[in-house]
Design a protein around this ligand. Structure first.
Ligand code: CA
Length: 228
């Protein structure tokens, strides 16, 4: 990953300097802007990886900047509020800030918040799952789409989730109870026969001969697995 770029928008130079220093020491690229109008101008030309935003600013205030950002992107924002005023904090979070600190704050605490927010964002990015291909079959979790020999196969959501779980763990055997738990989310209240029914429908859709499956294999007395 590239070095994250952080933009500080803070009109009190003494605070901005300390924050900048700590963030640089923590390994980030940092730029400071001292008023709202310049901040918008800067953001129009280039989005950093995170913004630290003071609420009370000359020119455009922090809330308006936050609103401006949220109309355009999910860019993480941590705002700095001057007062221990709950209304102000809630307003910021409702406008879509990711976190906040209250003045006076310890710069080290702000650095930890920055780290936490960036980590969270990165985890969410990593969650975007990529398509998996086995020979003539491709399963695309983003599009919820299965293609077989180039033909689209229509699956219900449940069938898709079931197949997706199995193909992510080729050759691993799942019991019907495990599949219920992982795909249906509540094993206790659903008949395990439900899994059998869905498996049969899936076979009808993706197996050449559903009575002699080569992909969705029954392991007698145990459960099911996906075979390559
Ligand atoms: Ca201020």
């Amino acid at each position: 990953m590239n070095i994250p770029e952080i933009l500080i928008v803070e009109d009190e130079p003494s605070i901005a300097e300390v924050v900048e220093l700590y963030l640089r020491r923590a390994g980030y690229q940092v730029q400071t802007i001292l008023d709202g109008n310049s901040a918008i101008k800067k953001l129009e030309s280039h989005l950093p990886d995170l913004v630290i935003l003071d609420v009370m600013l000359p020119g455009v205030d922090g809330y308006s900047i936050l609103r401006w950002i949220r109309d355009r992107s999910d860019l993480p924002v941590i705002f700095i509020t001057a007062r221990r005023d709950e209304v102000e904090r809630i307003a910021g979070l409702e406008l879509g800030a990711d976190d906040y600190v209250v003045k006076p704050f310890s710069p080290q605490e702000l650095v930890s918040r920055v780290r936490a927010v960036l980590r969270r964002i990165q985890r969410e990015d990593n969650k975007i799952e990529k398509p998996i291909t086995f020979n003539d079959m491709t399963i695309d979790p983003q599009m919820h789409l299965v293609t077989l020999n180039g033909n689209e196969i229509i699956l219900t959501n449940r069938e898709f989730d079931l197949l997706w779980l199995l193909v992510q763990h080729p050759r691993q055997v799942f019991t019907r109870e495990q599949l219920l738990e992982r795909v249906w989310g509540n094993a206790a209240y659903i008949d395990p026969g439900t899994v059998t029914v869905h498996l049969r429908r899936l076979r009808e859709k993706i197996e050449k001969d559903p009575s002699m499956p080569t992909r969705l294999i029954t392991v007698w007395g145990v459960g099911y697995k996906f075979e390559l």
